[in-house]
Design a protein around this ligand. Structure first.
Ligand SMILES: Cc1ncc(C[n+]2csc(CCOP(=O)(O)OP(=O)(O)O)c2C)c(N)n1
Length: 630
């Protein structure tokens, strides 16, 4: 039988499908998502959980005129399939293909480019304010998960929406999970709603009652609402949403398409901020993602039959696992070591710590700003906090680092996993700005290890230094270009390591680019260029002594880093040369360009941005030596 999905090129085609056939369509969409993600990898479990919500939203609303905002956007694969990207869906997350998140450049149905959590209600309020000034009447709907709702930004936006009383709808996609368990008092509160049958019955009865008395319309309805609030006050502790001036509907089964459609049809007609609470199952419709939603949150490619990750996703030794080992070891030795995560226990490797030291782990939820100030206060309270976080998400906590950690010179350790290019998650997730946003904050130490052993050594050093200390390391395997840990000298604060002597040029390489630089040196030697290679280790404090010494021997310097060149490690070296008035140095700063970098395989992107050994050797040979590389 021909698939219904194959007829859908836009939401208009969806609307032509009989409502009774929509469950079949949901089934087909699920299968398509499983088929594709098993090959490309991606956010399987969240997307499977939001299929009916996407269908219902597009069935009832009139996008792109009406605005549908997906929070984080990792659950929007069904939305993509329904909005003209059915044919390109197989290129998901691949270089030149469609993004794994809503992206304005990709489709007019993607209202906001996203990837970071908890922006949808703010965007909805802003779009509603713009609409009202303009005097148009499109509907604005934000779809947000229970974990994303617990972020400060979502709270701030609800507070504002309640104040402005704008017409907008928030669909809460509640599956009781973040990547792992949803944490926090809000999560407990949502749970209490689900477990309160009395309230649910009163709520439904009231609606039925009101609908039966059309003659009295608004007055009756208002009176009923007042009564309802009174009843709710008795039955639901807090009536959290209603207190913020949102009208609360639900909870309803978010996989029952008729129910979601009928509720949406009703509430789009209402005024003011509204929240529709839907209950969904993360990973719905695929045995393995239902059973292991955390493993299938962001998944590598997998075998559909067994659920096993295929070669591309097989576990290799990673920086994350080295971090995980070391933090557990440190905590076993020292009772003052505590760890903080913003809803990323599995991704950062903190779950092992969490199991071993449950009283010393703090998962604060998707709340990066809070995580940093909270850690500052843990340090102030006499503990040694390690925050494990992705640098792209730490961007959310810049002021907290400045004002709460560095200004007070508190001993918080920031372990920045996924620094550099992350590959398939693309522009919203690349960790390419952290050197620039960290190194200019007074008191902050910024380090980057060349391999996993060095990461452990740096963590050991950081544990014993009572200052803000950040360590950045890339996603995945230990070394790029070499394949195993290199012999290491002792890691000392602000000291680099000379790995190879040379005569003509010195390469100061950082972190992931150290292994690459050794290969660069080998390639250069074929062109008769003898390059020295230094493993910089510290961006701040810089190894001033070594740079001064090198400047007496070399007139050509190269810096290589996996960060934007603007404000990065190369800038730090240039600033030092300038400040110390060192003359006669020609410096080539190699790194990432001043642009957002799209999704694709990391290797492809490294090639595209010329950060391969061949690419870098070519640049050095041509630009510093006026030679064509061999
Ligand atoms: C600012 C920020 N922090 C962390 C993340 C990583 N992250 C992506 S999805 C997710 C969990 C989202 O849970 P929820 O909102 O409940 O949606 P679900 O996946 O359960 O549907 C997290 C922590 C992010 N995208 N943005």
């Amino acid at each position: 039988m021909k698939r219904l999905l194959d007829k859908i090129n836009s939401p208009l085609d969806l609307k032509r499908i009989d409502q009774r056939s929509l469950p079949r369509l949901a089934q087909e969409i699920r299968q398509e998502i499983i088929d594709v993600v098993s090959e490309t990898g991606g956010h399987l479990a969240s997307s499977l959980g939001a299929v009916e919500l996407a269908i219902a939203a597009h069935y009832v609303l009139d996008a792109p005129r009406d605005k549908i905002l997906w929070d984080v956007g990792h659950q929007a694969y069904a939305h993509k399939l329904l909005t003209g990207r059915r044919k390109s869906f197989r290129t998901l997350r691949q270089l030149g293909g469609i993004s794994g998140f809503p992206n304005r450049g990709e489709s007019e149905y993607d209202v906001f480019t996203v990837g970071h959590s908890s922006t949808s209600i703010s965007s909805a309020v802003g779009l509603a304010a713009a609409r009202d000034i303009r005097g148009t009447n499109e509907k604005i709907v934000a779809i947000i998960g229970d974990a994303a709702l617990a972020n400060g930004m979502a709270f701030e936006a609800m507070n504002h929406a309640g104040h402005l009383r704008k017409d907008l709808i928030v669909i809460l996609n509640d599956n009781e999970l973040a990547i792992s368990r949803s944490v926090g008092a809000l999560s407990r509160y949502l749970n209490s709603i689900l477990q309160n049958p009395v309230y649910n019955k009163v709520h439904t009865d009231l609606e039925k009652l009101v609908k039966k008395i059309p003659m009295f319309g608004l007055t009756t309805y208002r009176a009923a609402r007042k009564f309802e609030r009174g009843v709710k006050n008795l039955l639901v502790p807090g009536i959290f949403f209603e207190s913020l001036d949102f009208r609360y509907f639900g909870p309803i089964d978010g996989h029952n398409i008729d129910l979601v459609i009928n509720n949406l049809r009703r509430i789009v007609k209402l005024k003011g901020p509204i929240i529709l609470h839907t209950i969904t199952k993360k990973g719905k419709g695929y045995k393995f993602s239902e059973e292991y939603p955390t493993d299938f949150h962001g998944s590598y490619p997998f075998d559909k039959m067994s659920g096993e990750k295929t070669a591309a996703g097989k576990k290799v030794a990673t920086y994350t696992s080295a971090f995980s080992e070391k933090i557990t070891e440190l905590a076993a030795e020292r009772k003052d070591i505590v760890a903080v995560s913003a809803a990323m226990l599995p991704g950062t490797g903190l779950n092992r710590f969490a199991e071993k030291f449950p009283e010393r782990i703090f998962d604060v939820g998707i709340a990066e700003g809070h995580a940093v100030t909270f850690a500052a206060a843990l340090a102030r309270g006499g503990f040694k906090p390690f925050i494990a976080i992705y640098p792209t998400f730490l961007q959310r906590a810049y002021d907290q680092m400045v004002h709460d950690v560095c200004l007070q010179d508190l001993g918080v350790v920031f372990c920045l996993d996924r620094a550099g290019m992350v590959g398939e998650d693309g522009a919203t997730h690349n960790g390419m700005f952290d050197i620039s946003y960290l190194r200019h904050i007074p008191n902050m130490i910024v380090a980057s290890p060349k391999d996993a052993e060095e990461l452990k050594a740096m963590m050991g050093l950081a544990a014993n230094i009572d200052k803000p200390f950040s360590i950045r390391y890339p996603k995945g395997g230990q070394l790029f270009g070499i394949g195993e840990n290199m012999p290491s000298s002792k890691v000392e604060l602000g000291k680099s390591e000379v790995l190879k002597e040379g005569k003509h040029v010195v390469i100061l390489a950082l972190g992931s680019m150290v292994g690459v630089s050794l290969e660069v040196a080998e390639l250069l030697s074929k062109s008769g260029i003898d390059a020295a290679v230094v493993n910089a280790r510290f961006i701040k404090p810089l190894d001033r002594e070594l740079i001064e010494e090198l400047s007496k021997k070399f007139s050509k310097f190269v810096t290589i880093e996996e960060n934007v060149v603007s404000g990065g490690f190369g800038s730090a070296v240039l600033e030092f040369i300038d400040r110390e008035n060192i003359k006669g140095i020609e410096l080539k700063a190699i790194g990432l360009p001043d642009e957002f970098i799209e999704h694709g395989k990391r290797e492809e992107l490294m090639r595209k941005y010329n950060l391969t050994p061949e690419g870098i050797a070519g640049v050095i040979a041509r630009e510093l030596f006026d030679r064509q590389p061999v």
